[in-house]
Design a protein around this ligand. Structure first.
Ligand code: SAM
Length: 145
């Protein structure tokens, strides 16, 4: 059963849009940053599923690794962290960088797997990587026992 979805983003406009559109159901958004999560200033509690979409493409390896460890700590027993990252083989990178000045941090399967480096492997039940159907995005799933 779905209890509650909590969305986090540093952009107050995005957060207000989500809260405005989903006022009567179990979705809620909060303004929050990676930094606040890492420093413990934003304590959201524990979760069964934590999904980071469209975020890791902006994070350098060191921050991405620290965040992965922190998100894993925020899981309930049996919970999962799911992280998405654009692949370096994305065909549109040239267009995005040249015409949109949109510079992302791309990761392949090995690079996204390295992000679990800060987690004690004995505390992990299962790690899996997989791809979206067009092959643009790699996903990392880390499960807690
Ligand atoms: C490409 S959008 C993805 C939005 C949404 N998560 C989705 O999947 O549709 C990237 C989002 O990451 C947020 N963001 C980037 N760096 C962040 C940070 N350090 N802390 C919190 N949010 C961040 C931006 O505000 C932006 O809304």
């Amino acid at each position: 059963m779905l209890g509650e979805w909590i969305g986090i983003d540093q952009d107050p406009h995005s957060v207000a849009l989500v809260n405005g559109n989903h006022r009567h159901n179990c979705v809620r958004a909060e303004v929050g940053s990676v930094r606040a999560l890492l420093t413990g200033k934003h304590d959201l509690g524990k979760f069964d599923l934590i999904y980071a979409a469209g975020l890791y493409d902006y994070l350098e390896d060191r921050t991405a690794t620290r965040l992965t460890t922190r998100l894993f700590e925020m899981l309930r027993p049996g919970g999962s962290v799911l992280i998405a990252n654009f692949l370096p083989t994305l065909r549109d990178i040239g267009y995005m960088e040249s015409f949109m000045a949109w510079h992302l941090i791309y990761r392949d399967e090995r690079q996204i797997r390295n992000l679990i480096g800060g987690i004690d492997s004995a505390a992990v039940a299962r790690t899996e990587t997989f791809f979206d159907e067009p092959g643009n995005i790699v996903f990392l799933q880390v499960d807690k026992p």
